[in-house]
Design a protein around this ligand. Structure first.
Ligand code: ZN
Length: 163
């Protein structure tokens, strides 16, 4: 996906050095906390200075982590192993981001659970954040389930693990 598609979905986009800064769609606020840069291989790299996982940022604008990867060139000279490598890199990035999201949101749930266990009531703000955590956990679980990372994948079957 080209950077434009993402940038169109963000607010207050401003060019900054080699990339852009924008409002973070996941955590909101008024500051341009989200940094967007493009890696040398055309991948879009997201960093929220408030700590939002990249998966949460793309989810908030209706995209997926796979969208952060450049489209495969429509070129017959493109070798099958290159295509496979790209697909694998995209899949592994999705798994990694889903795990990062689970880790992050599990912390939110754990804090709420500790408050409840201590007999404290959740504020409306806490309850809303907890609802968001549930939504993100569901999203991450869907990624992990659909991509079946825990099953042997082609890389083990095809002997490419050492590559
Ligand atoms: Zn954020």
């Amino acid at each position: 996906m080209s950077a434009d598609v993402l940038l169109q979905r963000l607010d207050k986009v401003q060019k900054s050095g080699r990339g852009w800064r924008a409002l973070c769609p996941a955590c909101g606020g008024r500051g341009r906390k989200l940094s967007i840069t493009e890696s040398d291989d055309g991948r879009l790299l997201l960093h929220c200075f408030a700590g939002c996982p990249a998966g949460a940022v793309v989810q908030a604008v209706g995209l997926t982590l796979a969208d952060l990867f450049p489209e495969a060139p429509e070129d017959d000279k493109d070798k099958p192993e290159d295509r496979r490598r790209r697909r694998r890199a995209a899949r592994e990035a999705q798994w990694g981001a889903a795990l990062e999201m689970l880790d992050f949101e599990a912390t939110i749930v754990a804090i709420a659970a500790a408050d409840l266990a201590a007999g404290k009531a959740l504020s409306d703000e806490d309850a809303a954040r907890l609802a968001l955590a549930r939504e993100r956990i569901d999203g991450a679980r869907t990624v992990l389930r659909d991509l079946q990372p825990w099953r042997p994948s082609e890389r083990f079957v095809s002997g490419e693990a050492a590559a």
